[in-house]
Ligand binder design. Structure first.
Ligand code: NAP
Ligand code: 8YV
Length: 328
């Protein structure tokens, strides 16, 4: 439904910054005076003339609220993210302006962990490649090449936060020996802590990346980490594309310096390097780790509850920690 025209002295407005879950978009426009930025013919003109009406912004984890937009909203009090990652918004800058920031932790943890483990099995057992092989009529012409066993292997979890711990718990059921790397050891977990990503890769048959995105983890999975993983090693990334040095990954895959990779996230989504598209050793997913009906509904609900609480009581329900969880 189109938004109503603005009165001369407009009431508090909620700015929808990016496309969101359709059900969430609908509820926003039903319950709040919502303006959808992506639908505006001239967003800059709107921000110039009406930026002062906006008190809350709702955005996706992938888009956030950039500095230019933040500056155009002088009365902004809350940034509500649909998603757990929020590295796209400068939280320190927001807080300095008195703007609080929320995300949707926990509700997506299980689905992201399910997908990470599924992707790990897929790339090691070559399930997607075998599917392509059957479809292409290969079965019956030559046997499909043998793959690698996943059960009982050594898996390194890079980032043992909510999602990393859920991945590790699942891997326990496969008799996997889990090690992990975080900046500080996590109290009360039985897994071996390794101090660097390189040491973790060296000690692992597969590396599952679940760290937070942002400047603190940019390029953390470097060429050296990939070399430490080695030609028998597999990489799974469900965190952010920025965490992996993508050109180094492309080179490692092309040269067979790692055995394979399963990637849900990329440096420049939705663009995937051609060399990865052409490799049968790589599983490619379009950023779908949280994309189930159940989880997206729960994320929408939590984002909405954050917005409601802010609009009625001036506080958020699940505010993010002070700085990005990967910032040093
Ligand atoms: P979380 O609980 O905050 O966990 C983040 C983990 O990263 C913590 O264990 C943290 O430990 C670790 N970490 C941060 N910087 C590090 C560094 N430099 N070296 C090693 N470890 C580091 O977050 P979460 O809920 O598990 O989510 C993790 C991330 O997954 C999100 O930020 C998001 O980017 C991504 N995600 C992706 C999807 C998808 O659709 N693919 C969906 C949901 C989430 P220390 O602070 O102790 O270092
Ligand atoms: C979503 C995510 O794909 O939560 C995150 O950080 O990356 C994913 O759950 C994203 O939030 C949808 O915008």
């Amino acid at each position: 439904m189109p938004n109503p025209p603005f009165p001369a002295c407009a009431p508090d407005t909620v700015l929808q910054v990016s496309a969101l879950l359709p059900a969430l978009e609908e509820t926003l426009s039903e319950h709040f005076r919502t303006v959808r930025l992506p639908d505006l013919p001239d967003p800059a003109a709107y921000l110039r003339d009406h930026g002062g009406d906006v008190v809350a912004a709702v955005t996706s984890a992938r888009v956030g609220v950039d500095d230019v937009l933040m500056d155009a909203l002088p009365r902004l009090g809350a940034i509500v993210h649909f998603g757990v990652g929020y590295e796209t918004t400068d939280v320190v800058r927001a807080r300095a302006r008195g703007i609080d920031v929320s995300n949707t932790p926990d509700v997506l943890t299980d689905c992201v962990a399910d997908l990470a483990v599924g992707a790990l099995i897929d790339v090691m057992r070559r399930m997607s490649a075998a599917d392509r092989y059957v479809r292409a009529g290969g079965w019956g012409t030559a046997p499909f090449p043998l793959a690698s066993r996943m059960s009982g292997k050594r898996v390194g979890v890079l980032g043992l936060g909510r999602i990393g711990r859920a991945v590790a718990r699942r891997l326990d059921g496969f008799g996997v020996r889990v090690s992990y790397c975080t900046r500080s050891p996590v109290p009360g977990v039985g897994y071996r802590h390794l101090p660097t990503a390189e040491a973790l890769a060296e000690a692992s048959d597969a590396l599952v990346v679940t760290v937070a995105g942002g400047s603190g983890t940019e390029g953390l999975v470097s060429a050296a980490v990939l070399d430490a993983l080695g030609p028998e090693g597999y990489l799974v990334n469900v965190a952010r594309g920025s965490v992996v040095d993508e050109p180094a990954l492309v080179a490692a895959v092309a040269a067979g310096r790692i055995a394979g990779a399963a990637l849900d996230v990329f440096a420049d989504e939705p663009n995937v390097p051609r060399a990865l598209l052409e490799s049968d050793r790589v599983v490619l997913l379009p950023h779908i780790a949280s994309a189930t009906h159940e989880t997206r509904a729960a994320m929408g609900d939590l984002a909405l509850r954050n917005l409601r609480r802010f609009m009625t009581e001036g506080v958020l329900l699940t505010p993010v920690p002070e700085a990005s969880p990967s910032a040093h």
